[in-house]
Design a protein around this ligand. Sequence first.
Ligand code: AMP
Ligand code: TRP
Length: 315
Amino acid sequence: MEKKIALSGVKPTGAPHLGNYFGAMKQFVELQNDYEFYAMIADYHALNFIQNAEEMQKNILGVLLDYLAIGLDPRKVTIFKQSDVPEHTELAWIFDTITTVPYLKRSHAFKDAEAKNKEINVGTFNYPMLMAADILLYDTDIVPVGSDQKQHVEYARDTAEKFNRLYGKTFKIPEPMILKDVATVPGTDGQKMSKSYGNTIPLFAEPEEIKKYVMGIVTDSVASIPKNVFAIHALLRPDKELRFLYHAKAGKYKELKEMLIEDLEKFIAPMREQRKALARDIPGALGILKEGGEKAKRVAERKMAEIRKKIGVSL
Ligand code: AMP
Ligand code: TRP
């Protein structure tokens, strides 16, 4: 039987944190055996935030090493960067022409930016159309993401349906895949873990950093259980076991934090060391990216030829 297709992406905007891993990237590793998996580095999406060539290059290489270090196997997964497949931006333009401004204005990301009185750029406004192109070019069945990306996948679904209505069946309708238990990973202050809130714990943190971040967790407590410490700890140990431990040590915040530091170090160390090993062979990693880009491009080119025919620009 043919494997179903899964695709996801991470923006190269800096070091990934536990929220990225437990909300999305961990699923990538689990899916790679059963799906034809495309792991994209969303550099053109990141261009809305990173407008410095050196930083962009560093971050792209960073996500590539992250993907490999968490255990994505390039023999199974197509690891590629968005900008290596210009069909993404081409299709995003076509989608722009069938999408209305009021519809895009309903996006949470747009509304958030507006509420902050930010003068947002057109790239941020169009963000969902580029993401729809990412997904739809590969006849993707499922999109593993954190819950904050649910609406973006809905934009892709709506756009596929609209195009299909206008031009005839062309695109598969993708489904989001969101892990229920960890839909939103909380940060050190209890809010959603996010770079923009400064409440993250980096996925590849060094032992000293782990200590610093855990000691910084805000210890609001419910019945002598520090809930923010517990919530992060729950990523690493079964709920029942953890409840037992936290009740046994109720009120002993320092001891509980020390336990979390130990568990995090055990969990992070192998991936962190693997990443360091990979970083010693940058040409090897770049070779993987090049090969993935070529493979993705072959698939995208075929789809784009079909799309161009459908809209009547190929004679
Ligand atoms: P980004 O770095 O914004 O490209 O995000 C990469 C992936 O991580 C996306 O699928 C997000 O939904 C997911 N993600 C980011 N922060 C969190 C969080 N706090 N909880 C769960 N998933 C998250
Ligand atoms: N928008 C996603 C994020 O911010 C990243 C992304 C870009 C993506 N293109 C994608 C995710 C396609 C899934 C599928 O996390």
